[in-house]
Design a protein around this ligand. Structure first.
Ligand code: SAH
Ligand code: SF4
Ligand code: F3S
Length: 437
């Protein structure tokens, strides 16, 4: 009888991708995935360390798993991901029910680690070996899959923004060779994928192709059946001329870009070690929009970085007004162990952070609503992904990554169809299917 594996994923898309690959790797050990923890023989938490709240979730989830282990002593519990990397030994100390701790760079060793668990051993691996972990993992399963997929092309970060744990949890920047990525993309397309989102902590610092990320995007666009390409997350300083040009020239590259800026204050950007200014960011946005006028921008913001004054925060609001985002994520600064910003003077009061976050989010919500409203009456293409909540309705994404609902036959799932947008809500659009011409 096969054993069952339950994986719970926190954090960014790279964790989503890693969870898929871990599940496939453990498939070789006889595990089949389940979405019910109570029937699992192994539970893996794929964790995130980015903010304090994210990291705390792991310990509360482990607490909740206690009763399952009590009922089923053979149940194996593992912690993977960025908390595993950052706090591996502490997890083992704090939570004796944990059998396995595996850092993000060691997933290719999972099958061997799993084998050792059988004899009742506890296993911890938070090495950062030089080799490409994905090459040590099994090939992608051939099973039919949904029309969209993530594909990690780059890992790690050398930027060391002063607030961020990622360079410590994911290690140095590393790019996967282009031929391997092309092969994986072809496998995905054969399994039914029409849209691929290329992933990396700094995806535009990809150097595994002679033409960097732009070269890779152009090659991928040549794959028959791959109709849509996206990439995330980018750093403004790696937004080179070739990549900006690709946004204007490669029709498969979708008109949506997540380009975090974090703050609009040069003083704070300097303290964050971002190595760009508000002005240089705005200049990149302008060039991107010159290349692709309908580009929808998204961003990340941190409020209440140590030393942030009211005037600094006003600069952030001014930058947001200057850009006009279609979507954005914003966070209160969270002091993270081991990062330089944690040692800075001038930690901002929680109440001030909350107030600034509310003001920023109100402005961003206004911009998002305007961007949604601007779609009404327009014809777009939608890649239908699944049935909607209402009978007879399908849901999919526009090129601008907006959720679109439309009445359509289920046979259209996995296909791209023209739709006219009839109405807008803050987080979704309602469309009418158009006849194909
Ligand atoms: N590599 C990506 C994403 C990093 S994490 C990038 O550079 O954009 C995603 C977002 O979390 C960051 O963009 C930042 O806005 C936020 N973040 C990272 N560390 C944080 C911290 N210590 N406190 C609050 N937000 C943080
Ligand atoms: Fe973190 Fe900065 Fe690297 Fe993004 S670029 S992962 S925010 S250190
Ligand atoms: Fe979190 Fe690690 Fe991703 S800290 S955001 S899971 S890279």
């Amino acid at each position: 009888m096969s054993r069952k594996l339950y994986i719970k994923t926190y954090g960014c898309q790279m964790n989503v991708y890693d969870s898929e690959r871990m599940s496939e790797a453990l498939g070789g050990q006889g595990y089949v995935p389940t979405d019910r923890p109570e029937e699992a023989d192994m539970i893996l938490l794929n964790t995130c360390h980015i903010r304090e709240k994210a990291a705390e979730k792991v310990y509360s989830e482990l607490g909740r798993l206690k009763h399952l282990k009590a009922e089923k002593p053979d149940l194996k519990i593992g912690v993977a991901g960025c908390v595993a990397q950052a706090e591996g030994e502490e997890i083992m100390r704090r939570q004796p029910l944990v059998d396995l701790v595996v850092g993000p760079q060691s997933y290719h060793r999972l099958p061997q680690m799993e084998a050792r668990l059988g004899s009742g051993a506890k296993v911890l691996d938070t090495d950062m070996p030089e080799d490409d972990k994905f090459e040590g993992l099994k090939g992608r399963t051939k099973a039919k899959r949904g029309p969209t997929a993530f594909l990690t092309v780059q890992e790690g970060c050398d930027k060391f923004c002063s607030f961020c744990v990622v360079p410590y949890t994911r290690g140095a920047e590393q790019s996967r060779p282009a031929d391997r990525i092309m092969a994986e993309a072809r496998e995905l397309v054969e399994a039914g994928v029409r849209e691929i989102t290329l992933l990396g902590q700094n995806v535009n610092a990809y150097h595994g192709h002679a033409g960097d990320l732009a070269g890779l995007v152009r090659d991928l666009a040549g794959i028959d059946g791959l109709d849509r390409i996206r990439y995330t997350t980018s750093h403004p300083n790696d937004m080179d001329d070739a990549l900006i040009a690709a946004h204007g020239e490669v029709p498969e590259l979708m008109p949506y870009l997540h380009l975090p800026v974090q703050s609009g204050s040069d003083r704070i950007l300097k303290a964050m070690n971002r190595k760009h200014t508000a002005e240089s960011y705005l200049a990149i946005v302008e060039r991107l929009r010159a290349a692709r006028p309908d580009l929808l921008l998204s961003g990340d913001f941190i409020v209440g970085f140590p030393g942030e004054t009211d005037a600094d925060f006003e600069d952030t609001l001014a930058l947001v007004r200057a850009v006009g985002y279609g979507q954005a994520y914003s966070f209160k600064y969270s002091a993270r162990p081991g990062t330089p910003a944690m040692e800075r003077k001038g930690q901002v009061d929680e109440a001030v952070k909350s107030d600034r976050l509310a003001r920023l989010q109100a402005l961003l919500a206004e911009q998002q609503a305007a961007a949604q409203e601007a779609m009404v009456g327009r014809e777009v293409t939608v890649l239908f992904e699944k049935a909607g909540r209402m009978p007879g309705q399908l849901v999919g994404k526009s090129g601008h990554l907006q959720a679109v609902h439309a009445e359509a036959d289920a046979a259209l799932i996995g296909t791209i169809a023209p739709v006219r947008i009839a109405a807008a809500a803050p987080n979704s659009l309602k469309g009418e299917l158009l006849e194909r011409v």
